[in-house]
Design a protein around this ligand. Structure first.
Ligand code: C2E
Ligand code: CA
Length: 749
């Protein structure tokens, strides 16, 4: 970049701008050695003629000579003859001055675009008694006068320039120099020609000075644009050029290559690998300073240097380096989880490359969506970080990656698997204490493990996550992924895909399990339990497809179907003469789904079945998840007129005091307690006290999982209201259930 700018010269105008700025900084007054006698508007007015009569010039020469001027130079064209008497008067004055007056020669291009010059010199009588100095001005392409020549050669004759003569400097033919525009033109002493002729200029003012005479009146037109000062008279430019040379040195221009070289060294240092941000700031700082650097040689050595190439190199380097840093940051960002700043799956993929025979362990937070929605996004991020901290601490400071919303993962070296179970147990122990993020939160973690050798890392992470999910489903602490798991996952996925057709074709239908009233001894209703009889896979139990369907957000479709069917069947039983209630299970995911609740309300209304005959069963854990929301949701359900039963009671951690706040009408004690009341005294006490307390709170009690007569007898004695279990009746089809009820009532009769 630097070389390009240097060689092509494209930075020239930029350099000129910088030069002007530096000149402004260095701005100073002229030495006062050079005076201008100006042919101004006032002089023209008084004399009343242009060109001025030559006698006036003669008088001026006499005056200046008498005043003791060191040199007298004219920037006035004398190349044509005028009236002979006038010309003679001036020639005489020139002679009196001793031939020391400097008169101008002007070269002009012979034609437009021509390389040849015509020189117009003063007429012969003048030439004989004067020095000649060239007053060529050489504008830059933009019309500005920046440089002047020391001397010119015309027709093989070398001729010093007028400022060169004035400054008594050595004339090198063809050499040009920069006029020093730091010198303020206004500080050059100027005298009106008419005042000099009238003797109004104090005698001492011009003694020993170098005087240059030229036109400044606008009418004369000899004006040029220059940097910093706009358009100024040519005579002032000549005076400035003379002032420039009077400083003692012909200004020179150093080659910009050395500055460029220095900047390139600096650039190399900046761009070398490593932590670069600070070095780049330094280089950027240097780049800002570069345009001002030449002020030093300009002030002390009358030399300047082009800065554009060096500046271009420095800026290019800053740009490249900054782009590099941005690219690095982007790369880093791509490897980082935005919420927590933990490394992500991509980072894991990258780091597994150095551990070719590693395995991956995923720690998955169960029900993370529910926890996160309760905590809010910031606290959820914090929760993940805290969990990651604990995992890292308990795990020998291994890197912890966040592989999805709810999952953290780390890498294990091959050969460490033998102790994995032990270590995961220890980890689980560490995780048992609640995590503090605003409030203490229990974090249910399960682990999944997979051997990563040979397979795609992302797939391996997915497999380990699946294994962790399975552990949660099975209630174990951790699971290792096997090929069979993969096949099962595949199987499950396709099952979800088949849901719609299965609902429509009747593959999915309700079975009913009788509910026995323990006081009357009559079957008073049934619980609807969904069944899927798959054409190729056979009967699939609800426990193996309902969680799946919930995960894929399809619980609405399924539950609506079950409810619709249950209402229809209850109506059928009614038509056969049996007044029977029906209970349906509602997933936790649907509990607070108000759109769904509304839909069920409409279905209920359309069916015409008295709503009091319908019960919804909600698991205790669903009602516990977010108490406020649960209460509000159950109130909406209750408003439909249905009864609400708390299912699986005893497996969660709710207190009866809490349950009292719910608009529930029924408590359904989990079969794990009921089945053992004959053998386990503590469970018996639990069931008995629950029955008593529930009654006190105005709730009915249902016991499920009754498998024998003894159990039924005990429950009856404990005051339980309703019983359900294999001993009374297994789940059966709707028509079998109708037959079952008919049979019982016949026997009772
Ligand atoms: P749940 O609500 O606790 O249902 C009772 C489960 O216990 C049923 O299993 C039932 O067949 C079984 N059971 C009944 N009596 C006995 C007994 O004496 N001994 C033993 N060991 N088990 C007994 P099932 O039908 O496999 O249903 C399992 C779970 O699936 C249900 O547990 C319920 O949570 C869920 N489920 C079933 N149908 C639906 C549904 O339509 N929607 C939703 N959301 N969940 C459903
Ligand atoms: Ca149930």
């Amino acid at each position: 970049m630097g070389a390009l700018v240097l060689l092509s010269g494209v930075g020239e105008s930029l350099d000129q701008q910088f030069r002007s700025s530096r000149d402004s900084l260095r701005s100073h007054a002229a030495s006062g050695e050079v005076h201008v006698v100006e042919i101004d508007a006032r002089s023209l007015d008084r004399i009343g003629r242009w060109p001025l009569p030559r006698s006036v010039h003669g008088a001026l020469i006499d005056q200046l000579h008498d005043a003791g001027a060191r040199s007298i130079a004219f920037d006035v064209d004398f190349s044509a003859v005028s009236e002979p008497s006038e010309d003679a008067k001036m020639a005489a004055a020139l002679k009196r001055a001793g031939g020391s007056v400097i008169l101008p020669t002007i070269s002009r291009a012979a034609g437009s675009g021509s390389a040849e010059f015509n020189e117009s010199a003063p007429i012969k009588p003048f030439r004989d008694h004067a020095f000649l100095g060239a007053v060529n001005v050489v504008p830059d392409t933009d019309g500005f006068i920046r440089r002047m020549l020391l001397g010119v050669e015309t027709f093989g004759v070398p001729r010093p320039a007028l400022p060169t003569l004035l400054a008594e400097s050595t004339a090198k033919i063809g050499q040009s120099f920069d006029v020093d525009y730091a010198i303020e033109p206004s500080s050059i002493p100027r005298h009106s020609l008419i005042d000099v002729i009238d003797g109004k200029v104090l005698a001492g003012a011009l003694a020993g000075k170098r005087v240059i005479i030229g036109g400044t009146a606008i009418e004369i037109g000899d004006r040029y644009p220059v940097p910093r000062y706009g358009v100024i008279p040519g005579v002032v430019i000549q005076a400035l050029a003379a002032e420039t040379l009077l400083k003692g040195k012909v200004p020179e221009t150093w080659n910009g290559a050395w500055l460029l070289g220095m900047v390139l060294l600096l650039t190399g240092w900046t761009l070398r690998p490593g932590l670069r941000a600070r070095r780049i700031s330094a280089l950027a700082g240097a780049a800002v300073a570069i345009p001002m650097l030449p002020i030093v040689p300009e002030a002390f050595f009358a030399a300047t240097v082009a800065v554009a190439p060096a500046l271009a190199a420095a800026l290019a380097a800053v740009g490249i380096a900054a782009a590099g840093i941005l690219a690095d940051r982007a790369r880093e960002r791509a490897l980082t989880d935005p919420d927590t700043g933990l490394p992500n799956t991509r980072a894991l993929v990258a780091s597994i490359r150095s551990l070719p025979r590693a395995s991956i362990v995923v720690a998955r937070i169960d029900r993370f969506a529910a926890i996160a929605s309760g905590l809010g996004p910031d606290a959820a991020g914090k929760l993940i970080l805290r969990v990651a901290d604990r995992l890292r601490y308990a795990n020998g400071e291994r890197d912890i990656f966040r592989t999805d919303e709810a999952s953290l993962a780390w890498l294990e070296d091959a050969g460490e698997e033998a102790t994995l179970g032990q270590r995961l147990d220890a980890l689980a122990a560490v995780m048992r204490a609640p995590v503090e993020c605003g409030r203490p939160v229990d974090v249910p973690l399960t682990f999944g493990h997979v051997r990563a050798d040979g397979q795609d890392t992302k797939q391996a992470v997915a497999n380990a996550t699946l294994a962790a999910q399975q552990a949660s489903r099975k209630g174990t602490r951790w699971e290792s992924f096997t090929e069979a798991d993969g096949a099962a996952a595949d199987w499950q996925l396709s099952l979800v895909g088949e849901l719609k057709t299965a609902l429509a074709s009747g593959e999915i239908h309700n079975w009913y399990q009788p509910k026995l009233d323990l006081i009357s001894g009559e079957v008073v209703g049934a619980e609807a339990l969904v069944r899927w009889v798959h054409p190729t896979r056979g009967a699939i139990m609800p426990d193996s497809f309902i969680p799946l369907i919930e995960e894929h957000g399809r619980a609405r479709d399924l539950t609506a179907h079950v409810i619709g069917q249950a209402l229809q069947d209850a109506l059928d039983w009614q038509a056969s003469g049996f007044t029977l209630g029906v209970a349906v299970n509602v997933s936790a995911t649907l509990l607070a789904d108000h759109e769904f609740i509304e839909m069920v309300g409409q279905t209920l209304q359309a069916s015409g079945l008295p709503t009091s005959r319908v019960t919804i069963e909600v698991t205790e854990s669903a009602a516990m998840n977010d108490p406020k929301r649960a209460i509000a949701a159950l109130e909406s359900w209750s408003a439909l007129g249905v009864s609400i039963s708390i299912d699986d009671y005893g497996t969660g951690q709710s207190s009866l005091a809490y349950l009292q706040k719910l608009p529930a009408t029924e408590l359904k004690i989990d079969k794990s307690f009921v089945q053992t009341i004959g053998s386990d005294r503590r469970n018996a006490i639990m069931v008995r006290s629950t029955v008593a307390l529930a009654h006190e709170l105005g709730m009915r009690v249902v016991a499920e999982g009754i498998e024998d007569a003894e159990c039924l007898q005990l429950l009856s004695e404990m005051g339980c209201d309703t019983a359900q279990g294999y001993h009374i009746g297994r789940p059966m089809s709707a028509s079998m259930f109708a037959a079952f009820v008919a049979e019982r009532s016949r026997r009772a009769a």
